[in-house]
Design a binder for this molecule. Structure first.
Ligand code: DAH
Length: 340
């Protein structure tokens, strides 16, 4: 029996592998339930007491030697598992990971941000869940004033003071409350209105708000800033026109049209044969709004504007149905990335 054991010592000492399968075979051969050591211990029971003393020790040493070997080889086997992965078959076809594209709304938003950044406008954001003060009251919407009806609002049932913001103009207020002029910033974001969903209206959409407050800011600054934007966004020969309008938070207020970028202003179905298409609302910030935010309206003046990103995207790409922006149809969404 001693001879047999010595041979096994030899075998254990010489054993080497980097293969996990072979190591497992080795473990089963020596330490498995029907393995060699198990057999030897069975045989051991038949020995005389004298022999037991000597062989018992030897068997324990053999068992430890086998276990040590396994522990030692395990490390190199695990190490080589990762190098086995590196051993890749370069002739295999590539697994193609589809990258997707940016959403057209994000592309246009980013373009708007880039254009205004060139004029020194910074970007910030505000919350989509707003209180009455920031969405309405501070913007000069008096309580019960019909102007509030201009925007169908989603209120929180338990607290009429809380609503989903109906426009990004709320971020003007948050900015003016916390920042000393001069302020030159734009505020992109999602807004919500309680509208029946159709090709032309949705219960959520996106806007970019702009605000410029400093000493001696005039309507001419507003006009020139927005003309620059229109030319950069659409085409170098784009014209703008400002029509008098009404917003509670600006005085005077205007709606801005751009010359129709489809027919170049000659008149077509898209511009309803007027040569012009509406793009945004704007005006000089009402002194009441400045005062509501703690800005001295005798020292400072400024202009603001707000545009819909969906609307701007439609003007650029003639998307006929607003719902396509939120339907996640990649055949639609894929078409835009390359145009920037
Ligand atoms: N908040 C307006 C809307 O959602 C858009 C707007 C008009 C924003 C005039 C302005 C502005 O900042 O001066 O219809």
């Amino acid at each position: 029996m001693k001879n047999k054991v010595n041979l096994l010592f030899e075998e254990i000492n010489q054993f080497a592998t980097e293969n996990s399968e072979a190591l497992e075979q080795f473990r089963i051969r020596f330490l498995g339930r029907k393995g060699l050591l198990q057999d030897l211990f069975e045989e051991f029971k038949t020995l005389s007491n004298d022999q037991k003393k000597e062989v018992g020790q030897l068997l324990n040493q053999l068992k430890n030697a086998a276990q040590d070997k396994i522990n030692q080889l395990k490390e190199s086997v695990e190490g080589s598992a990762s190098s086995e992965q590196a051993d890749i078959d370069l002739t295999k076809p590539v697994m193609f990971r589809e990258a997707g594209t940016r959403h057209p709304i994000n592309l246009v938003r980013n373009e708007i941000i880039r254009i205004f950044a060139r004029l020194g406008f910074t970007v910030s954001e505000g919350p989509e869940i707003e209180d009455d003060w920031h969405n309405f009251s501070a913007l000069n919407f008096p309580p019960e004033h019909p102007a509030r009806d201009m925007q169908d609002t989603f209120f929180i049932e338990k607290d009429p003071d809380i609503a989903l913001r109906t426009h990004t103009s709320s971020v003007q207020i948050r900015t003016m409350e916390t920042t000393k002029p001069p302020i030159r910033a734009i505020f992109p974001g999602r807004v919500y209105r309680n509208e029946a969903i159709s090709a032309r209206a949705h219960c959520f959409f996106h806007q970019v708000e702009g605000l410029y407050i400093d000493k001696n800011v005039s309507f001419a600054d507003l006009r020139q800033t927005l003309l620059y934007f229109a030319k950069e966004m659409f085409a170098a020969d784009t014209q703008i026109r400002l029509r008098p309008s009404y917003f509670p938070f600006t005085e005077p207020s205007a709606e801005m049209d751009i010359s129709c970028n489809l027919c170049g202003g000659k008149g077509c179905g898209f511009c309803k044969y007027t040569g012009w298409v509406e793009i945004l609302g704007c005006g000089m910030v009402d002194p009441n709004v400045l005062e509501n935010c703690g800005i001295d309206s005798k020292v400072y003046s400024g202009f603001a504007f707000g545009m819909g990103i969906e609307r701007t995207t439609n003007l650029k790409y003639q998307v006929k149905d607003l719902r396509m922006f939120s339907e996640n149809d990649i055949r639609f969404l894929r078409q835009f990335e390359s145009s920037f």
